[in-house]
Design a protein around this ligand. Structure first.
Ligand code: GTA
Length: 323
C-alpha cells in the first residue's frame, strides 16, 4: 500500500480484503455478524461524547450481551473533495452579503462513520471509556511489587486479540511488517483506532513476539536488542509502506498500558492521539537511552501515571495509604 500524493492511503486489493475481514466483524475471534452487532445494538448509556472530536462512546447491549460501540465521523480528505462538492445534495441555510452556509448531503460512500464494536464488553471496558476525573499516581518499585503487580495479575484485559494477531488468526492481512525472531521479533500493523484513509492520523502498533514482558516496568538492558530492533525495523517498514520518515513519528510506550503484553505505538506527529501526554507516554528513544545509561532504570525508578477515579487500582493505592 502506498501513500498517495494527497496524503491518502490506497491499495484497492488490500482495501477489498480489509473490508471483507471487517464484514465478518472479528474474524476467527468473533461470533457476531456485522448485521447483528451494529443494527441490533440497543443503546444504553452515553459514556462520553465530543462535538469537537465528532465521536460518541456508548454502552448498550447486543443480543443481551454487554457491548460498547464507538462512532466517529471520519476526516474529509483531499482525494474525495471534488466528488463531494460535485455530487452532494445541497440545502441553503442562510445567505448574508458575501456569506452563506449550506448542509451538504454527500453520497453514502463519502459519508463513512468509523465504528468500533466491543462485545461482549466487560465492566472494565465500560469504565475505560467513561469520561472521568483523573488522578496521578507516583509508583515506587515497592508499590509496583506490592500493589500494581498483584492487581494486574488478577484483573487485566484479555490478551486474546494480541495472540490472535501473533498467531495470524486475526488481522493477518493487515500486517505491514513482521520479524519472526522469537527473541527480538515483532509484528507491525495498523492500530484499530486508525482507518488508514489518511496519513494525518497514522497510527500503527508493534507487538513483540515474546510473551514475558508485561510493560515498561519489566524492561532492563537485556531488552535493548529487542527495543532497538523494534525501533529500527518498525521505522524502516513505515517509511517503505507509507513514506513517513522517523522525524514525523512519535514512537512511544504507555505506562500503564491497557494491555500487558509489550507493544510500541507509532503515531503521526501531527496527530494528538489519546495517551500522548507526558503523564502516560514514554518515547522509545528515551527508553533505550535510559536503559543504556542505567540497566535497571525502569525497575528501580518511581514511575508516574494517570488513573481514572473509579479504577480499582486507585482504590488499592488508597488502601495502602500511598495516595
Ligand atoms: N489492531 O483488536 C485490536 C486492538 N485492540 C483491542 C486494541 N488495539 C488494537 N489494535 C488492533 N486490533 O492503541 C490498540 C489500541 C491501543 C493499543 C493498546 O492497541 O487502540 P495500550 O495498551 O497502551 O492501551 O495500547 P490504551 O492506549 O489505553 O488503549 P486505547 O484503546 O488506545 O485507549 C486509550 C483512549 O483512546 C481511550 O480511553 C479512548 O479515549 C480512546 N479510544 C480508544 N479507542 C478509540 C476509538 N476506537 N476511537 C476513538 N478513540 C478511542
Amino acid at each position: 500500500m502506498a501513500a498517495s500524493q494527497n496524503g491518502g492511503v490506497s491499495d484497492p486489493q488490500n482495501e477489498a480484503k480489509r473490508l471483507k475481514t471487517d464484514g465478518n466483524d472479528a474474524g476467527e475471534a468473533g461470533e457476531l455478524t456485522a448485521e447483528s452487532s451494529i443494527s441490533g445494538f440497543e443503546v444504553g448509556r452515553i459514556l462520553r461524547e465530543s462535538a469537537r472530536e465528532k465521536n460518541i462512546f456508548v454502552h448498550g447491549k447486543i443480543n443481551d450481551q454487554e457491548a460498547v460501540i464507538i462512532l466517529e465521523k471520519t476526516p474529509i480528505t483531499q482525494d474525495v473533495l471534488q466528488e463531494m462538492l460535485k455530487n452532494s445534495t445541497r440545502m441553503l441555510e442562510m445567505r448574508n452579503d458575501i456569506y452563506s452556509t449550506y448542509q451538504l448531503r454527500p453520497p453514502p460512500h463519502l459519508n463513512g462513520v468509523k465504528t468500533t464494536v466491543i462485545c461482549p464488553a466487560t465492566e472494565k471496558h465500560v469504565k475505560k471509556y467513561l469520561r472521568q476525573e483523573m488522578f496521578l499516581i507516583e509508583e515506587t518499585e515497592e508499590d509496583y511489587q506490592s500493589i500494581t503487580l498483584p492487581y494486574i495479575n488478577s484483573q487485566s484485559f484479555s490478551l486474546q486479540w494480541v495472540y490472535n494477531i501473533l498467531e495470524k488468526k486475526a488481522e493477518a492481512d493487515r500486517i505491514v511488517f513482521e520479524d519472526p525472531d522469537p527473541g527480538v521479533g515483532f509484528v507491525v500493523l495498523p492500530d484499530f483506532k486508525w482507518d488508514q484513509k489518511q496519513l494525518d492520523d497514522l497510527y500503527l502498533i508493534a507487538i513483540v513476539h515474546r510473551k514475558d514482558v508485561k510493560s515498561l516496568r519489566d524492561l532492563t538492558c537485556d531488552h535493548l536488542p529487542l527495543l532497538r530492533n523494534v525501533r529500527e525495523k518498525g521505522l524502516d517498514a513505515i517509511m517503505k509502506r507509507y513514506s513517513v520518515p522517523a522525524s514525523k513519528l512519535r514512537v512511544m510506550l504507555h505506562y500503564q498500558p491497557s494491555y500487558y503484553h509489550l507493544h510500541v505505538h507509532f503515531i503521526s506527529l501531527d496527530y494528538e492521539a489519546p495517551g500522548c501526554g507526558v503523564e502516560r507516554a514514554h518515547l522509545l528513544a528515551d527508553v533505550i537511552q535510559n536503559l543504556q545509561d542505567e540497566p535497571e532504570y525502569y525497575r528501580k525508578h518511581t514511575l508516574t501515571f494517570p488513573i481514572r477515579a473509579d479504577d480499582t487500582l486507585l482504590t488499592k493505592f488508597r488502601e495502602a495509604g500511598r495516595v
